[in-house]
Design a protein around this ligand. Structure first.
Ligand code: SF4
Length: 181
């Protein structure tokens, strides 16, 4: 009983094990019982979707839910590292503060209102089409009246489709994407 009690004291464990007090001997029972959050989870190997660096990611998942997204130490590109944006990939889809509704502020209004995705898509499509009709330069087969600036949440596939639709389809020439916006 006394021995058991004494063995709970890190100093005694340190003396018995001849260690320097920075290893397991310094841990409480609770700390020793802690398990990694992704223990026993399946892992999928992926690539960060955001920029051309292409850092490797390990996606741990269990029961159809993502548990964590971390840097892949075996990636020859990034060797386990992710920049702040790539490291926040998990929060991008799981954070409770994530905006999930379209916000609209009408011209000259000071108020933002919620709008359904269908209504917003229809509004944007109509305005793009009207602007294109008004500004399309027939001889040059392009319009400089509409521009597009992509941001951080667009992945490679989305950017490919945007480029294809806007340039080849609508004749827009002012297109850019900045992964860190
Ligand atoms: S956004 Fe960051 S983590 Fe993702 S590929 Fe680019 S540098 Fe790597």
């Amino acid at each position: 009983m006394l021995a058991e009690l004494l063995l709970k004291w890190p100093l005694i464990r340190q003396i018995i094990e001849g260690s320097d007090g920075t290893g397991r001997e310094a841990m409480s029972e609770r700390t020793r019982a802690l398990r990694p959050k992704n223990e026993g989870a399946a892992t999928a190997r992926s690539i960060c979707p955001y920029c051309g660096v292409g850092c490797g990611q390990l996606i741990s998942h269990r029961d159809g839910k993502i548990i964590s997204i971390e840097g892949d130490p075996e990636s020859p590109i990034s060797r386990g590292h992710l920049c702040p944006k790539g490291a926040a990939s998990y929060e991008l889809v799981t954070h409770p503060g994530r905006a999930t509704k379209v916000k609209y502020r009408a011209p000259f209004s000071r108020r933002w209102v919620d709008m359904t995705l269908e209504r917003a898509t229809e509004l944007v499509a109509r305005r793009i089409w009207e602007s294109r009709a008004r500004t399309f330069n027939e001889p040059a087969m392009h319009t400089t009246g509409i521009a597009h600036l992509g941001g951080a949440t667009l992945d490679i596939e989305e950017n490919y489709l945007i480029k294809k639709l806007f340039t080849a389809g609508l004749g827009m020439v002012c297109l850019s994407n900045q992964a860190r916006i």
